[in-house]
Design a binder for this molecule. Structure first.
Ligand SMILES: Cc1cc2nc3c(=O)[nH]c(=O)nc-3n(C[C@H](O)[C@H](O)[C@H](O)COP(=O)(O)OP(=O)(O)OC[C@H]3O[C@@H](n4cnc5c(N)ncnc54)[C@H](O)[C@@H]3O)c2cc1C
Length: 714
């Protein structure tokens, strides 16, 4: 089906209202800047349909292992232990032939035999996605954007499955994550294996020697590559950010010159934005590029910190300040993006940082001293670098959803084996409700992440370069926090063993923590999500008010009727549930909950806009809640749409999907109601003033100031 053919097109940026994190690196904006819901009706959803049933509902057709419990004294079979399994893997590794090399050959043969050339793949006929997430802020549900759940063609499915097998085999048999973590280095033979598999060029078009994967296919492979955090970061730093600028905004000459060696992995790329004084506030970078007198090159000077692949890369995407003469003839400092080759000279790097997790990934300072960069190496326009940076970051975030889900699915397998064999109090762990709850929690999170990630990837794969930056940011926030919570629960299932270095859980925990920090911290992304949506809703509202002031009776009447219906207890109906609804009957209750939440979210946003006006940008605690609700709404939409598809086409275990969806939607619905209640003007549930007061006290004293419980005044 559709292959992304972005070429040199830069997607238009979503302007962000000033204040969203002071021109922050990840917020995605292109400017530099630092009513109580109605009570829920309905219960927890209708029961799931009988397994195997393919209902003729209203949807269109597309639409433990167990082993004998070990005796207490017997050596326990432990998940992930460096035991016979690992020795076997080592022996296989030592076997030397190399899965990757063979797989590489195999893949190339398969690619030529099976692959549908990009140009020959039928493009989806659907219209480009039109701001699904932003519409939620207006209390609208553009169901045609998300129903049915995105579908890929048989050819594309067959193609991706041909990649999945060898990559899985390589990661199972040849990647030694424990050693990578201990040595804080990915061994050369592993890097070679990754190159042989083509994993350095996943989204680079075939004409430049890459695999030319669509976003959906990239997400699928991300489920596997995420099984080793260090490798996942190395590959992502190279292609999701390091070379992405060339891909989305580079000239044909730049692509032809740089992409082939980057696709093969002969050259590794890095993305150089962060500086000691400039993290989230990316617009404040100080690295400078000065145009030479003959106008043929820039001289680059400055230092970047925490650059993934900084010590390995030969090609860098570097952001620097440049002088730009604007239309009025005034000289201004603007950011420009450059392709910098290590061979240009004056490029040095520090020693690899010693980190908490993803220890095998290479993170370094990178310094540029009078590095001569030809003007042909500017990416996009001189002065247009901030947009390039935001577009790069916005385009890659969605993949954190499938990557995190891939890791959690693996953790479920590993821990389920243990829970079903380990006995305490004469019972298997799996028989205890509190352990069962953890498995349900992990399954729900994995399901939601997958659903959000593939829905977003499907939207991004539509023709017309749709702007899915808000959706992608929501996937990133949900899945990074979900992954962190799930790894912690998985470790807890193992008890003390989970804490031991002999087992991989503590490594997963350390590796996962970075997900909340890089590619835009979750704080900045929440501000971005909330402010982008509120700005969108605010514009439309302002237009309506203008129309009413002009005497447009139609608009005035519509507003009046809306208020009247609300005051009479409106029944919300977006066409999801009911006889003619889009969701399957077994998901009706979830559909209704989503509809109701969306409607009252729209009202809540309106209330906030009229209450705060432009000062909303300073209301971070409010914005966080707005973001939390809309993330839940998107997640509910993704799961309902996916589960409906699964039932309608009779997918294996679709009843389990319905169960997970109904659990998630019910919990999210009540959380949303509580959060929206907190957003009301005089809400008792809202403790913001107290929270600010307590924080102020702590920060003023720079300490915890309560007396010790043992202190006395007598
Ligand atoms: C392992 C690793 C790899 C990295 N790889 C790269 C790379 O390849 N290339 C690259 O350019 N960078 C890279 N980075 C840098 C990374 O993108 C930054 O760490 C990130 O953008 C945050 O910046 P900071 O660390 O300076 O935190 P700061 O911006 O100082 O933020 C500190 C805290 O304050 C919060 N905060 C900041 N501003 C606001 C605000 N306006 N409102 C509310 N809260 C706010 C943040 O969310 C965060 O919690 C990497 C970092 C790490 C740790």
């Amino acid at each position: 089906m559709h292959r992304c053919t972005r070429g040199a097109v830069v997607r238009p940026l979503t302007p962000c209202p000033a204040g969203a994190g002071a021109g922050s690196q990840p917020c995605g904006c292109d400017r530099g800047h630092g009513g109580r819901p109605v009570a829920a009706g309905g219960g927890g959803g209708a029961g799931p349909p009988a397994a195997g049933r393919v209902p003729s509902g209203p949807l269109p057709p597309h639409g433990l292992r167990t082993s004998a419990p070990p005796l207490r004294a017997a050596p326990r079979r432990l998940p992930g232990r460096a035991g016979p399994g690992r020795a076997g893997a080592e022996a296989r590794r030592a076997g030397g032939r190399g899965v990757a090399a063979m797989s590489g050959l195999l893949l190339r043969a398969l690619r030529s035999a099976l692959r549908v050339p990009a140009a020959a793949r039928p493009l989806r006929t659907a219209a480009p996605c039109a701001a699904f997430a932003k519409e939620l802020f207006r209390g609208a549900l553009s169901k045609e954007e998300v129903f049915p759940y995105p579908e890929i063609s048989n050819e594309e499915l067959q193609e991706i499955n041909q990649f999945v097998g060898p990559v899985e085999k390589f990661f199972t048999e040849e990647v030694d994550s424990k050693k990578i973590d201990q040595d804080a280095k990915i061994p050369p033979e592993t890097l070679k294996g990754l190159r042989d598999l083509g994993l350095f060029g996943m989204q680079i078009p075939e004409e430049y020697g890459g695999l030319g994967l669509s976003n959906t296919m990239y997400a699928r492979l991300g489920e596997i590559t995420s099984l080793d955090g260090s490798i996942a970061v190395t590959l992502a730093a190279h292609q999701a950010i390091g070379l992405k600028g060339i891909l989305i905004a580079g000239t044909d000459e730049q692509k032809a010159k740089y992409l082939p060696k980057l696709a093969s992995g002969e050259h590794i790329a890095a993305f150089c934005l962060t500086e000691p004084g400039s993290g989230s506030d990316a617009a404040s970078i100080q690295t400078r590029a000065t145009l030479s007198e003959d106008g043929k090159h820039f001289l680059l000077n400055g230092s970047k910190v925490w650059i993934s692949n900084g010590g390995l890369a030969s090609i860098f995407t570097v952001f620097a300040r440049t002088e730009v003469v604007d239309k009025d003839g005034q000289v201004k400092d603007k950011i420009t993006a450059f392709i910098v080759e290590r061979d240009f000279g004056g490029v040095t790097h520090g020693k690899p940082e010693d980190k908490l997790g993803i220890r095998g990934s290479n993170t370094c300072e990178v310094h540029f001293e009078n590095t001569k960069v030809p003007i042909e190496n500017v990416i996009g326009e001189v002065g247009g670098g901030f947009k390039v940076a935001m577009n790069i970051l916005n385009s890659g975030r969605f993949s954190m959803g499938s990557a995190s889900a891939g890791m959690i699915k693996k953790l479920i397998e590993m821990t389920a084996e243990y829970a079903c064999t380990r006995k305490q109090f004469n019972k298997k762990l799996s028989e205890f409700g509190l352990i069962q709850e953890k498995f349900c929690f992990m399954a729900v999170k994995a399901y939601v992440m997958e659903s959000m990630a593939y829905l977003t990837a499907g939207m991004m794969d539509r023709p017309g370069f749709p702007d899915c930056s808000v959706e992608a940011a929501m996937v990133k926030v949900f899945s990074s926090e979900g992954a962190w919570a799930c790894v912690s629960e998985a470790l807890q299932i193992l008890g003390g063993l989970g804490y031991m270095k002999d087992y991989p859980y503590e490594r997963f925990l350390r590796d996962t923590r970075i997900l909340l920090i890089f590619e835009g911290t979750n704080e900045i992304l929440r501000l971005y999500i909330a402010l982008t949506g509120m700005q969108y809703a605010g514009k439309i509202l302002t237009e309506k008010i203008k129309e009413i002031k002009k005497g447009n009776v139609g608009v005035a009447l519509e507003e009046f009727l809306n208020k009247l219906r609300d005051s009479m207890g409106r029944k919300v109906d977006f066409g999801l549930a009911g006889d003619r609804g889009l969701v399957h009957p077994s998901l009706q209750e979830s559909g209704k909950k989503l509809e109701e939440n969306v409607y009252y979210f729209g009202n809540t946003v309106r209330g906030l806009l009229s209450r705060f006006g432009k000062t909303i940008v300073d209301e971070q605690l409010v914005l966080k809640r707005v973001a939390d609700v809309v993330i839940n709404l998107y997640a509910m939409t993704a799961t309902i749409s996916r589960a409906s598809r699964s039932i309608s086409i009779g997918l294996r275990n679709h009843d389990h999907e319905v169960l997970l969806t109904n659990i998630f939607c019910t919990e999210a619905y009540f959380k949303n109601n509580y959060t929206m209640a907190q957003l009301q003007k005089y809400a008792e549930e809202n403790l913001d003033d107290c929270i600010k007061k307590a924080a102020k006290h702590v920060l003023e004293k720079r300490a915890y100031t309560c007396s010790h419980p043992l202190d006395r005044t007598f």
